[in-house]
Design a binder for this molecule. Structure first.
Ligand SMILES: Nc1ncnc2c1ncn2[C@@H]1O[C@H](COP(=O)(O)OP(=O)(O)OP(=O)(O)O)[C@@H](O)[C@H]1O
Length: 246
C-alpha cells in the first residue's frame, strides 16, 4: 500500500480567537474520491486553502503529495489542480484559447499543449465548439471543460470547490463520469459539495461541523451507522446542531 497522498494531523487555522478549522485529522489515498462536506461556515474553504498551500496553518501538520504545507507550498501548487465554481474559465476566450492559456500557466510545452488540447477537445466532443467563446457554452459544458483543464498538467490531486453549482442532477452525473475517469487514472479527487447526490458518488466522506470533523466513512457505512436511508439524513443529523451557519 502506497503512502496516502493527503495526510493531516490536527490541522488548525485560527483567525484571532476564532478557530475556523479545529484539529482535523484524516488521510486520503491515491485515486480516492474524497468528499469534504459541511454546512456553510463549517471551515471547508479554510481547510482547503491550507491543503492547497495558499494559507499557512496555525498549528498541526499536513503533507500533500508528500510536500509539507508549511515549507513546500510551491511544490504543492505544482502537483495539484484546482477548480471552483467562483474561479473558472475566461468567458471571453474561445474553448481552445482557454485550454492553451491554462495549460501554459501549468507549464506545458507548446508541443504538449497542441497534443493535449486536441485530445481534450476530442474526448469532450467539443470539435465544433473549439473556436467558439466559452461564454456561449451551457454551464454544464463549462464545468466539464473547467475540470478537464484543471487536470491537463497531470496533477496528483485535484481540489474541486463546489464544482457543479447551478446544474441539474443529470448534468452533475455527466460531470462525475469525468471524475471517475480521472480517479481510474490515479488522480486523487478532493471535492466539496452541498449536493447529497454527489456525496453518494464519493468513496469516502468527511462531514465538518463548526470547524471539526464529526464523521468520516463511506456513504454506505455512514448511512448504516446513523440508521438512515440517505446521505441527506446523515447530514441533517450532524449539521442540525451546528452553531455556525451563514
Ligand atoms: N480571513 C478570515 N478572517 C476571519 N474569519 C474568517 C476568515 N476566513 C474565514 N473565516 C470564518 O471561518 C469560518 C469558516 O469559513 P469557511 O469559509 O472556511 O467555511 P466553509 O465551510 O467553506 O463555508 P461555505 O460552505 O459557506 O463556503 C466562517 O465563520 C468564516 O466567517
Amino acid at each position: 500500500m502506497s503512502e496516502p497522498v493527503i495526510k493531516t494531523d490536527k490541522l488548525t487555522k485560527r483567525f484571532g480567537d476564532f478557530i475556523a478549522t479545529n484539529e482535523i485529522t484524516f488521510t486520503v489515498d491515491q485515486g480516492e474520491i474524497f468528499g469534504f462536506l459541511g454546512a456553510n461556515g463549517a471551515g471547508k474553504t479554510t481547510a482547503m486553502r491550507m491543503l492547497c498551500g495558499l494559507s499557512i496553518p496555525s498549528s498541526g501538520q499536513a503533507t500533500i503529495a508528500g510536500f509539507d504545507v508549511y515549507k513546500q507550498t510551491e511544490q504543492i501548487k505544482k502537483n495539484i489542480g484546482y477548480m471552483s465554481q467562483k474561479f473558472s474559465l475566461y468567458e471571453d476566450l474561445t474553448v481552445l484559447e482557454n485550454i492553451r492559456f491554462f495549460g501554459g500557466i501549468y507549464g506545458l510545452s507548446d508541443q504538449q499543449l497542441k497534443t493535449k488540447s486536441e485530445e481534450l477537445i476530442d474526448k469532450l466532443g467539443l470539435q465544433s465548439e473549439a473556436k467558439k467563446l466559452v461564454a456561449s457554452l451551457p454551464l454544464g459544458w463549462k464545468q466539464k471543460l473547467s475540470f478537464s483543464v484543471a487536470i491537463l498538467h497531470g496533477p496528483k490531486i485535484v481540489f474541486l470547490d463546489e464544482p457543479t453549482g447551478g446544474v441539474d442532477p443529470v448534468t452533475r452525473r455527466q460531470f462525475w463520469d469525468l471524475i471517475y475517469n480521472a480517479a481510474d487514472d490515479g488522480v486523487t479527487i478532493f471535492v466539496t459539495t452541498h449536493y447529497m447526490d454527489e456525496a453518494e458518488y464519493c468513496n469516502r466522506i468527511s462531514i465538518m461541523v463548526d470547524g471539526k470533523i464529526k464523521a468520516l466513512d463511506s456513504p454506505a457505512n455512514l448511512k448504516s451507522s446513523f440508521g438512515v436511508g440517505s446521505m441527506d439524513e446523515v447530514f441533517y443529523e450532524l449539521a442540525r446542531g451546528a452553531k455556525r451557519s451563514d
